[in-house]
Design a protein around this ligand. Structure first.
Ligand code: BES
Ligand code: MN
Ligand code: ZN
Length: 501
């Protein structure tokens, strides 16, 4: 879909559909909605008075203009309560109205700048959010099944002449963010028989070529002398060879500092010998979402040409049972020398991240941010709307939370209590790979903390948020691509400040 800014009078615009909006509890439409209402001889106010149009979030009312306007359809999108309004509502509204209008066979859609009037949102931000929301809301994984509808070909964002360049900028930025998110979604939606560690490495190489990034991949022959016993242990059950993938972006060559973004890349998590119940096991193709996220985030950061250095590290493996598989009771030695007693082979994410984090520390990357579909416990704790954030450095945590506030990708900070470390203690090794029944997301994070030395670090558990079984706003069924936009926004914040200050 092409998205562009146009200067024009909304009542004159030639399109299949024209989108206006309404706050909840509005009795009398104003601004653009009032102009359209007038052209439709009061149809919108009539529907408000009759209680059909309420302006609730997610509401999209279709009014056929029957020749009263050049547009065939007017869509009135609900913005929800004025006091709850924010940029993320604009994204959601855009996702909702875009999908509604696609179903109605609209080829060309024109929309006002939602929130830029009385909603007091900057035109550039509104345009960016509309672009992100519509592209992500219209996202569909079509590789194995053709959709029943035609795509919307064109979206026009109507601006006045003073807003035009800001709106165009917003569209450009929004496109970069949405397309990178779609890249991550595509990777996660791909089944595990396609999205192997080898395929992830190929995609990383394609991204590197396209955006001029430094690409490196280590295979098991390299990992052995590097001492990556934990990663190799997880990989040993599968005939898919493991890969440790790195992508480097150098936007600030004068600086020695490089941030590290790490992502769990388990291309399928059967649990290994500690095998998972078969019901719903197919969902575990999503277990490489963290890896896909950091790869896609680097693509966005490179396109935004941010003045920062970032290296992405993706440990990619498949976790399967076999005659060569890792077993409960086994002891592995991670790259930093720590020995790990295996209690459950299903706690594999923390094992591969142990080596990836040790490697990042050895490369002196700082700060570190890792994303991982790490624990079912995090999903139980926070549900599917919030990712869990853990950190040893409140300043960095605050930056990540600030970035997430901008993107609408919700985070909730969880504690890292010293006392809970007890749970990870092993009689026979330095540490064991699971705690007891309670606080599983926390003990997993505390396990990771054993491998970061004192580097400022944030861990984001995306087990609840990496995929969705519902369609709503700019979220569709399947992979969400969560974290891509937040990492890009974080890089933007760090670049602006010249690092963690
Ligand atoms: N990949 C899973 C976590 C997961 C569960 C992600 C559900 C998304 C949805 C992870 O490798 C895992 O299996 N974790 C175990 C840890 C346990 C063995 C300590 C879990 O959460 O049950
Ligand atoms: Mn597992
Ligand atoms: Zn896993």
């Amino acid at each position: 879909m092409e998205i562009k800014a146009v200067i024009g009078d909304i009542t004159q615009i030639e399109a299949d559909a024209l989108v206006v909006n309404l706050f909840e509890e509005t009795k009398q439409p104003d601004g653009a909605t009032a102009a359209v209402d007038k052209a439709l001889d009061g149809a919108v106010s009539q529907l408000i008075n009759q209680g059909e149009v309420k302006g609730k979030p997610g509401e999209v009312t279709i009014i056929h203009t029957l020749g009263k306007l050049p547009a065939r359809i007017v869509a009135v999108a609900g913005l929800g309560k004025r006091e709850d309004f924010n940029l993320d509502k604009v994204r959601r509204v855009a996702g909702d109205f875009s999908r509604s209008l696609r179903k109605l066979n609209c080829h060309k859609v024109a929309t006002i700048l939602h929130g830029a009037g009385t909603g007091s949102i900057e035109p550039q931000d509104s345009a960016k959010a509309i672009t992100e929301g519509s592209l992500l809301g219209l996202y569909n994984f079509t590789r194995y099944k053709k959709p029943e509808y035609k795509e919307i070909a064109q979206m026009l964002i109507i601006a006045d002449s003073t807003q035009h360049s800001a709106v165009s900028h917003g569209i450009e930025n929004g496109k970069i963010m949405a397309e990178a998110t779609a890249t991550a979604r595509d990777m996660v939606n791909e089944p595990a028989n396609q999205m192997t560690p080898t395929r992830m490495a190929e995609i990383a190489k394609e991204i590197a070529t396209k955006y001029n990034l430094e690409f490196k991949v280590f295979d098991s022959r390299d990992m052995k002398p590097m001492g990556m016993g934990a990663l190799l242990g997880v990989a040993s059950g599968s005939s898919q060879p493991p890969k440790l993938i790195t992508l480097g972006y150098k936007g600030n060559p004068d600086s020695q500092d490089t941030a590290g973004f790490l992502g769990k890349g388990v291309t399928f998590d059967s649990g290994g010998i500690s095998i998972k119940p078969s019901n719903g096991m197919g969902e575990m193709k999503d277990d490489m979402a963290g890896g896909a996220t950091v790869m896609a985030a680097l693509a966005a950061i490179a396109q935004l040409k941010l003045k920062i250095n970032v290296t992405a590290i993706i440990p990619a493996v498949e976790n399967l049972p076999s005659g060569n598989a890792l077993k409960p009771g086994d002891i592995l030695t991670a790259m930093n020398g720590k020995t790990i007693e295996i209690i459950s082979t299903d706690a594999e994410g923390r094992l591969i991240l142990a080596d990836a984090l040790s490697y990042a520390v050895k490369q002196k990357l700082s700060p570190l941010v890792d994303l991982a579909t790490l624990t079912g416990a995090c999903r139980v704790a926070l549900g599917t709307g919030y990712s869990g954030l853990f950190s040893n450095n409140q300043q960095l945590a605050n930056e990540v939370i600030k970035a997430a506030d901008k993107t609408g990708e919700k985070l909730w900070q969880m504690p890292l209590p010293e006392e809970y470390k007890e749970q990870n203690k092993s009689v026979i090794a330095d540490i064991k790979n699971t705690g007891n029944r309670y606080g599983g997301a926390i003990t997993a994070a505390l396990f990771l903390a054993e491998f970061i030395a004192d580097t400022p670090w944030v861990h984001i558990d995306i087990a609840g948020t990496a995929s969705s079984d519902k369609e709503s706003g700019y979220i569709v069924k399947g992979a969400t691509g969560t974290g891509v936009r937040t990492l890009a926004e974080l890089a933007l914040l760090l670049a602006k400040q010249g690092g963690l200050v």
